[in-house]
Write a protein that binds this ligand. Sequence first.
Ligand SMILES: *[C@@H]1O[C@H](CO)[C@@H](O)[C@H](O)[C@H]1NC(C)=O
Ligand SMILES: *[C@@H]1O[C@H](CO)[C@@H](O)[C@H](O)[C@H]1NC(C)=O
Ligand SMILES: *[C@@H]1O[C@H](CO)[C@@H](O)[C@H](O)[C@H]1NC(C)=O
Length: 341
Amino acid sequence: MFEKPLLLLAVIVAVSAVGNGCQLGKAIYKPVIDGTPVYWPPSWTETQPAPQLETEQSCSWIVTIPRGYYAKLIISGKTTDKDSRFQTVDTAGNLVQTTQENMEPYYFPSPKFTIAVSNTGSATFAFKVVWFPLPYLDDSIRVGPLAKVMNATSTVNYNNYWDANSNSLTLMTFPADTKNYYSLRSTLVFDGPGLSSGCYISNLYQLYQTTNQWTSSQKSIIVLNLEASSSNDKLLFLSSKYLAGIGEMVKLQPQANSIYNGTVNGLMSSLVAVTDLPMQMIDVQMESASTVTVYNGSPAVYALNKTYTGTQLKNALPLSFSGPVVQFVVSSGKAVFTFKS
Ligand SMILES: *[C@@H]1O[C@H](CO)[C@@H](O)[C@H](O)[C@H]1NC(C)=O
Ligand SMILES: *[C@@H]1O[C@H](CO)[C@@H](O)[C@H](O)[C@H]1NC(C)=O
Ligand SMILES: *[C@@H]1O[C@H](CO)[C@@H](O)[C@H](O)[C@H]1NC(C)=O
């Protein structure tokens, strides 16, 4: 009963490769009036389901972004066979390939990004791009021995983080939810004090997926959040000069009303917690002769809280700690810390 109208609908909304300008390398420019969207296909808007693509399509667009602007992209669509995908590449060459898109926005810096689709079998596909002026620089924030913790996504912001005494800085991301962190896509990271295209590294979403801790090549990092979300995602900035002797760095993400472990292994390995929650250490398993040094910031003398041997620590438990950042540096061997929040 239902098959006929559905088929008919599919035929009507099928996007013709020729008729709708689906081709390779088509350029899209910002309309004169800021905030004016460009849709593909032009008849689509985000209140409609994505139209059907003809099979065997290969289309791409180069979206140019003037200096002083960023572009926001949403894609709606789904592919149905294993060889078909949607793809974006930003100006730093970061590639994203997906097979289903539900209009979760992407944000791109100047001067361009590309969007492409290639499908073998049936697929739906549509997108919208809007260009907006960049926010103005809010603040220049010095990262000292106490480190710096920032809310990544709670406000629109544009900050320059720097330490004139360190050759580089590191950035660690602590998303509010480690399983769903699309909110990080609105945050762009630049290596150095300017927004020139050569300095663009990635958005925070991809940076979080690919690196535990990212290290700049310059004395400053610019982080630009283009859209506020209700997600309490945190960023930790450290000056590399304090990390010289540190081995692996492991993130600890406290959860309210729960008991959780942090495990490190090796020489001078560090467990790093960034949180608004009070934490209580209730158990530890480590070599009794190894030491744990607690820092309220970087592993720097200035941020030192206290040093314990394994035996002393065990005897002192339970111990309370609070953020915004606490580091536990273990001199050697495996250590498992158990906390309660
Ligand atoms: C960061 O977010 C937390 C929790 O939402 C809030 O308590 C805190 O004031 C915020 N800090 C800044 C610097 O905005
Ligand atoms: C934490 O680690 C201890 C020791 O390895 C283990 O017994 C316990 O089950 C772990 N707890 C959690 C919540 O993972
Ligand atoms: C160490 O941390 C605890 C809990 O965060 C705090 O009460 C104490 O004052 C700190 N000690 C030093 C020396 O900073």
